[in-house]
Design a protein around this ligand. Structure first.
Ligand code: HEC
Ligand code: HEC
Ligand code: HEC
Ligand code: HEC
Length: 213
């Protein structure tokens, strides 16, 4: 009996030690922790979105979730300076659950169990005309042309280690959902933010990182 108990304790410890410590500190228990969902037979924390082998696309590193095939209505307004088209890259990854058309549990080439979808406020949908623009280039030229924007190559983000907007918040030079949100809930303000924001919205801090008004 004693040997068996030691073995069980040993197995539990070994399993605990295999988890990535940094990500585990905060994604656990978050809206993106699917490890206890019944359809997640391996109880994996990461593999609903990432794989180790055989990624389907590099929308984000080692992406394995089914990618949305929706056609989106991009943001538009009479005062917009940027040119905004279809979502791509990391935004397309988010929308592969948040447009509401692809099941959360559709990954690894199949839907695992009964399809489950995002609900309530989490559904961004396919009409992006009423949501902050994403998937467009934000560079010094845009900042100069717009005058209401900080220069992303120059303006630093003190709360995220003092690197520039371009280095920390943009992906391939573009504004994406991850410019504001951290899906792992680890970066900057995200661990204490209910909605995974990298920078607090108090006193307009998030917005005033990029906008100057
Ligand atoms: C809900 C989907 C989702 C889950 C679950 C998830 N990730 Fe990610 N991961 C993403 C997205 C989206 C990005 C792109 C983030 C970016 O560009 O800032 C990413 C990027 C990454 C990257 C590369 C860029 C970076 O931020 O360092 C690593 C490494 C990573 N994830 C590891 C993990 C690990 C380890 C787990 C499990 C503990 C995990 N992820 C769980 C969606 C997810
Ligand atoms: C694998 C599916 C999946 C992916 C990919 C995904 N999410 Fe989510 N997300 C969810 C689910 C499920 C919820 C919980 C909402 C609900 O109740 O349906 C959620 C909740 C959220 C919330 C609200 C947080 C809360 O506590 O309610 C935010 C913000 C969010 N996601 C942003 C993102 C962003 C940004 C990305 C891309 C970087 C992303 N998500 C990628 C499935 C996903
Ligand atoms: C410019 C920053 C910014 C960008 C870009 C952005 N968001 Fe958000 N997001 C926010 C803020 C701020 C809120 C809170 C809004 C509020 O409470 O009125 C929010 C709210 C949300 C929520 C609702 C959470 C809830 O439960 O109420 C989800 C889900 C979400 N965002 C996902 C996304 C996805 C997916 C993308 C990309 C298509 C995206 N966001 C792009 C800043 C951003
Ligand atoms: C990562 C940088 C970044 C962050 C953070 C950010 N924005 Fe933006 N936002 C931009 C850029 C770049 C544009 C495009 C401006 C243009 O081309 O006219 C934009 C566009 C907008 C527009 C549309 C302007 C128009 O003329 O139609 C509004 C409104 C806006 N942002 C509000 C906000 C608010 C509110 C926040 C904080 C919750 C925020 N933004 C956070 C970069 C950012």
């Amino acid at each position: 009996m004693k040997t068996l108990r030691m073995l069980v304790i040993g197995m539990v410890l070994a399993a605990a030690m295999q988890l990535a410590p940094a990500a585990r500190a905060t994604i656990v228990g978050s809206a993106h922790d699917f490890s206890t969902n019944s359809w997640n037979t391996r109880q994996s924390l990461c593999s609903v979105c990432h794989t180790i082998h055989g990624a389907t696309a590099q929308l984000v590193p080692l992406w394995i979730h089914e990618t949305t095939h929706s056609t989106f209505t991009p943001y538009t307004s009479s005062t917009l300076t940027a040119t905004v088209g279809q979502p791509d890259g990391a935004a397309l990854a988010c929308l592969s659950c948040h447009d509401g058309t692809v099941a959360i549990n559709s990954y690894g080439g199949k839907t695992n169990g009964t399809p489950a979808f995002v609900t309530g406020n989490a559904v961004i949908g396919t009409d992006l005309s009423k949501t902050h623009p994403v998937s467009f280039t934000f560079d010094s030229t845009l900042a100069a042309a717009d005058t209401g924007l900080n220069d992303p190559a120059v303006k630093t983000v003190p709360s995220l280690g003092g690197k520039t907007i371009a280095q920390t918040l943009l992906r391939n030079g573009k504004v994406q959902c991850v410019s504001c949100h951290d899906p792992h809930k680890t970066i900057g303000y995200a661990p204490s933010s209910g909605i995974m924001l990298k920078i607090t919205t108090a006193n307009g801090a998030l917005c005033l990182t990029c906008h100057n008004k």
